[in-house]
Design a protein around this ligand. Structure first.
Ligand SMILES: *Cc1c(COP(=O)(O)O)cnc(C)c1O
Length: 389
């Protein structure tokens, strides 16, 4: 199967664990000895450290990235009769939470160079909903009764969306901005941590994300005091003065103390890992950038490089060559959300979002992690070049 004596992993959590295992074991042992498995001291220590890292006034950890998004929508008062604009080129959770809140997702295509929400399409979609126009809208009975409520841009593969343009449109039409920053923890937008740019940002600590725990986890970042208070209440069943005083309908959305303990140790090595991931990405760019469409990072932004993607019409044969040489690849995402059965009730056609559709047909993702060795990466690039010839 493989001609390589070594194993190249798509995401290498083994190498990272080898490095910090004693520290993680100590942290977990602390939790086992104090026994505060729910909302223990590590949860609050983590929130403080994440606040210092991000510069966000409020950090609210929670049970997953999906729950973070859902709680943010609930805290913003998004519900039935509301429209939330998002992109169809993302993981299902992005649009799923909009539907779960009772609101209607309205898809907006992405840009071919960043794979992130196209602000021009966003404004066209808003105008089409408010006063009519040519942008594709859901074919549902009550479409004319929906009121635009929010924008949910995605920082795809770790690259921040175009927040200056999106925030300007949000201000113009009085919409809230919730970022799906599940993949972009550690990225920067115009000199600040990316999660500072939208009104509120949701990240995920799923094991393979840039900052991952050993289970499910997530966090919300915001500078908005009342919004943070509502999210903290929602996280514990809509608690008021305490959890037996319930002032709103909430969820069980807490992060486990053991996961917070793991994250505290992983956060210590995060910035170094982030830089190494950026180095791997720039080496891919240098070697492959002339032959492939790759994600374009604006000069004053950085990506967290959760994924490194190539776009090429010969995707299948390149993946085959890599596979035959023991190199794992992935396809994020093979089917855009407007083509998923779960969203068929919106009545979209495949060609409604041509950029997303074309990306889903031609994109594939290469191994990327801080522990990818230079010579292994050169091997991957050589194989890809050979597959093109
Ligand atoms: C991973 C991911 C999520 C969901 O995060 P979970 O922690 O798995 O719930 C949401 N959106 C995007 C873009 C993701 O990549």
């Amino acid at each position: 199967m493989t001609s390589n004596a070594f194993q190249i992993r798509f995401t290498d959590l083994v190498a990272q664990q080898k490095r910090i295992l004693p520290a993680i074991n100590n942290r977990i042992a602390d939790v086992l000895s104090h026994g505060q498995y729910i909302m223990g001291p590590e949860v609050f220590e983590l929130e403080e450290n994440l606040g210092a890292f991000s510069g966000s006034k409020h950090v609210i950890t929670c049970s997953s990235g999906t729950d973070a998004l859902l709680m943010a929508l609930m805290a913003m008062g998004v519900g039935p009769g509301d429209a939330v604009f998002t992109t169809p080129f993302s993981f299902v959770a992005t649009a799923e939470v909009i539907a779960l809140s009772g609101a209607t997702p309205i898809f907006v295509d992405v840009k071919p160079d960043t794979f992130n929400m196209d602000p021009v399409c966003l404004e066209e979609a808003i105008i089409s909903l408010i006063s009519g126009g040519n942008h594709p809208l859901p074919k549902i009975k009550k479409i004319r009764e929906l009121s635009p409520k929010g924008i949910l841009p995605v920082d795809l593969f770790g690259l921040p969306a175009d927040y200056d343009a999106i925030n300007m449109i949000a201000d113009k039409y009085n919409l809230a901005v919730l970022a799906d920053a599940a993949q972009s923890f550690g990225a920067t937008y115009r000199g600040k941590k990316a999660c500072k740019s939208p009104q509120v940002a949701a990240t995920s600590f799923f094991p393979s994300k840039p900052l991952g725990c050993y289970g499910d986890g997530g966090a919300l970042f915001t500078d908005d005091d009342p919004l943070a208070e509502r999210i903290k209440s929602l996280r514990v069943h809509g608690k008021g003065a305490d959890k037996y005083d319930n002032i709103r309908i909430g969820v069980n959305g807490r992060l486990d103390t053991i996961q917070a303990a793991v994250l505290l140790e992983k956060l210590k090595v995060f910035e170094e890992e982030n830089q190494k991931r950026n180095l791997v990405a720039s080496q891919y760019q240098n070697s492959l950038g002339a032959s492939f469409v790759t994600q374009c990072v604006a000069q004053d932004c950085t990506s967290a490089w959760a994924q490194f993607a190539l776009v090429h019409s010969k995707r299948a044969s390149i993946i085959d060559v890599l596979k035959n040489n023991g190199i794992p690849t992935a396809i994020y995402y093979p089917k855009p959300l407007h083509c998923q059965k779960a969203f068929s009730y919106l009545g979209y056609l495949p060609d409604d979002f041509p950029v997303s559709k074309k990306l889903s047909e031609n994109i594939f993702n290469l191994p990327i992690h801080p522990y990818l060795k230079r010579e292994h990466q050169e091997n991957i690039c050589d194989l890809i070049h050979s597959a093109l010839n």
